[in-house]
Design a protein around this ligand. Structure first.
Ligand SMILES: [Zn+2]
Length: 330
C-alpha cells in the first residue's frame, strides 16, 4: 500500500471521530436551544395529494399570439398601482399617510403629464379607498381617453387574511360596482392588492366575470389561469417583483440609484422584445412619481419609443387581443 493510499484508508476513521464529536456537541446545543418541531403534515402526502395541494391556481395555456397588432414584436403594459393612502395598512399615522397622499396629489399628475408627452397609454389599478380619498384623480386619468382604470382591492386588503370566500366575492363585486358607477363602464380586469391570492380568490374572479387578472408570476408571457386542472377562461398578464418599483425604493429597500434599477427594466424589455412576448411594468405614483425617479422613467419611455414595432397598450387591450389571437407558442 502506497503512503497516500494508507492516508485515504485512514481518512474515514478520522473524519468519523471528528463527526461524532462535533455531532454530539451539536446535538447538545440543539437540545438546549430548540423544542421539538411538530411533524410536518406535507411529509405524509401521497402523489395525488401533492398535486391537489397545489391545484388551486396553476399555469395554463400560453396565450402569446402569432403576431401582435400592426406587426409589433412585443406588447408592453405600463401599470400604476395607485396605493396612495392605504387604509388597510392599519390606519397609518399622519406622516406615513402623507407619504402615500403624495402619490395622488404629486405623483399622478406628474406621471400623467409624462404619459401625455409620449402619447403612451397606461393601466391604473386603484384601491377604491384611494379613489374615495382623492376622487379628483379619476377625471385626470380619464382625460386623455388612453388609460384604463381597474380595481386593486377595496382598501388594499390582504386576501389571505380575509379567510372567507363570500367576503372576497363581496369585496370584488363592490369594487367593480364602484368603478362601473364612477367610470360609466365596468372594468374588465383586476390586480390583487399586494399581488396576494387566497385559496378562494380564483373562484371570486370566475364569478365576477372579469376578462383578466394581473397578479400572478407563472410565466413571462400572457397565459390562461387553470384551477383544479381546468381552464378558467381568465387571461393572466403576469407581474414580477423585479419589475416593481416598491421593493427597490420602498421604506425597507431605499436604494440610492434609480438609474441602476431602470437598467433592469430596460434589460427586461430587451429580452421580451427579442422573444416577442410581453413586458409588464409596475410603478406606484407615491414611489416613482418622485422627482429623481421620474427622470429615469422618462428615459425608459424614450428607450421603448426608440425601438421599432412596439405595441404599448392597456392591459384590457392586451388581454382582449390574446384571448382572440392566442396560439403562437402553444
Ligand atoms: Zn398595491
Amino acid at each position: 500500500m502506497k503512503p497516500y493510499v494508507r492516508m485515504l484508508a485512514a481518512a474515514p476513521i478520522v473524519a468519523g471521530l471528528v463527526l461524532a464529536w462535533s455531532g454530539t456537541a451539536l446535538m447538545e446545543q440543539v437540545q438546549v436551544q430548540l423544542a421539538p418541531l411538530p411533524a410536518a403534515p406535507e411529509l405524509k402526502l401521497s402523489e395525488e395529494q401533492l398535486k391537489q395541494a397545489m391545484a388551486v391556481v396553476r399555469v395554463g395555456r400560453r396565450l402569446t399570439p402569432k403576431s401582435w397588432p400592426n406587426g409589433a414584436k412585443v406588447a408592453v403594459n405600463i401599470g400604476y398601482d395607485v396605493d396612495n393612502m392605504g387604509v388597510a395598512r392599519g390606519a397609518p399615522l399622519p406622516v406615513a399617510a402623507s407619504g402615500g397622499e403624495y402619490g395622488a396629489v404629486e405623483g399622478v399628475p406628474r406621471i400623467l403629464a409624462l404619459l401625455d408627452k409620449y402619447q403612451l397609454p397606461a393601466s391604473f389599478y386603484i384601491p377604491v379607498s384611494s379613489a374615495v380619498l382623492n376622487p379628483e384623480m379619476i377625471p385626470l386619468i380619464q382625460k386623455s381617453g388612453r388609460h384604463e382604470i381597474a380595481p386593486h382591492g377595496w382598501v388594499h386588503e390582504a386576501a389571505a387574511s380575509i379567510n372567507s370566500a363570500a367576503e372576497e366575492e363581496r369585496l370584488l363585486k363592490q369594487s367593480l360596482d364602484y368603478y362601473e358607477k364612477v367610470l360609466g363602464k365596468r372594468p374588465v380586469g383586476f390586480r390583487a392588492p399586494g399581488w396576494g391570492f387566497s385559496q378562494h380568490s380564483i373562484e371570486a374572479l370566475k364569478k365576477s366575470g372579469v376578462l383578466y387578472d394581473s397578479s400572478m408570476m407563472g410565466l413571462d408571457e400572457a397565459y390562461e389561469l387553470n384551477s383544479k386542472g381546468q381552464p378558467t377562461g381568465i387571461v393572466e398578464l403576469p407581474v414580477e417583483w423585479i419589475l416593481d418599483d416598491a421593493p427597490y425604493f420602498g421604506e425597507a429597500g431605499a436604494l440610492p440609484s434609480p438609474e441602476l434599477i431602470f437598467k433592469v427594466y430596460r434589460d427586461e424589455f430587451d429580452v421580451a422584445y427579442t422573444e416577442g412576448t410581453l413586458c409588464m411594468l409596475t410603478f406606484h405614483p407615491h414611489v416613482s412619481g418622485r422627482r429623481s425617479r421620474i427622470v429615469e422613467m422618462e428615459k425608459l419611455f424614450q428607450y421603448i419609443k426608440s425601438k421599432p414595432n412596439v405595441w404599448v397598450a392597456t392591459s384590457a387591450e392586451i388581454a382582449a387581443y390574446v384571448k382572440q389571437n392566442a396560439g403562437k407558442t402553444n
